[in-house]
Write a protein that binds this ligand. Structure first.
Ligand code: SF4
Ligand code: SF4
Ligand code: FES
Length: 238
């Protein structure tokens, strides 16, 4: 496999051919914020938080879906990018009902963490306050659509790792919502295996274990990373 040499913020980096800018940046210890990306799942470039500036391109490019190329010059921390990232977080926070103080993910939420890391101390937009449901028909888990940021990690982990494809996205734009099977209550889903992978991978408090109180939610990503790595290395095939 050939090696590509390129630079991020002036630092010269070597990456394997086929690696994305995000993978190479993480290997080199360079922080690029992400929300829809999860290691081991396909990248869909949905959240746009990982946008970077790339030489020879007038458009910003998502680091999670853009492959490295020889001699490429990437900027990942310009003032323009910092402003866009804050804007994206503000739009996400204003789109649904994120009252962190009464959220199961308070203190353990990737959206909340990024808001703090990126310096989002207020939201410049009017809040939309949509009237969205909470589904606790499943005996073990629940979904609060008010906290969903439509990253589709649950959709991808259920399809690509568990193989059940219980989750999907219905509708478009501001009306988009994640659904189970044919848009029936989660507890009535025939495809759901109750494995809980979607709950572990959700970056916010949208998917949660029932019986968990405010600020008690723990999402142990290492469990999923272990499963994904084992599959990649074919550890379970004799
Ligand atoms: S999901 Fe995260 S950002 Fe949304 S209310 Fe809960 S803690 Fe706050
Ligand atoms: S439920 Fe969670 S994992 Fe699924 S799309 Fe919404 S925020 Fe993402
Ligand atoms: S992490 Fe790249 S677009 Fe979401």
């Amino acid at each position: 496999m050939s090696v590509k040499t390129f630079s991020i913020d002036g630092k010269v980096i070597s990456a394997k051919e086929g690696q994305t800018i995000l993978e190479a940046a993480r290997d080199a210890g360079i922080f690029i914020p992400t929300l829809c990306h999860f290691p081991g799942l396909t990248n869909v470039g949905a959240c746009r938080l990982c946008l970077v500036e790339v030489s020879n391109s007038s458009k910003l490019q998502p680091a999670c879906t853009t492959k490295v190329s020889e001699g490429m010059e990437v900027r990942s921390n310009s003032e323009k990018l910092k402003e866009y990232r804050k804007l994206i977080i503000e739009l996400l926070l204003s789109e649904r009902n994120h009252q962190c103080s009464v959220c199961v993910a308070n203190g353990n939420c990737e959206l909340q963490n990024l808001a703090m890391t990126l310096g989002v101390d207020h939201v410049r937009f009017d809040f939309r306050f949509p009237n969205l449901p909470v589904d606790i028909s499943h005996e073990l888990f629940g979904i609060d659509h008010n906290r969903c940021i439509l990253c589709t990690r649950c959709v991808r982990v259920c399809d690509e790792i568990e193989g059940a494809h219980t989750w999907d996205v219905a509708n478009r734009g501001a009306n988009a919502i994640v659904i189970t099977d044919m848009n029936q209550p989660w507890g009535e889903s025939e495809s759901c295996t109750s494995c809980g992978k979607c709950v572990l991978v959700c970056p916010t408090g949208a998917l949660f274990k029932r019986g968990v109180s405010v600020a008690e939610l723990q999402k142990d990503k290492s469990h999923l990373e272990f499963i994904i790595q084992a599959r990649v290395k074919k550890q379970w095939i004799r």
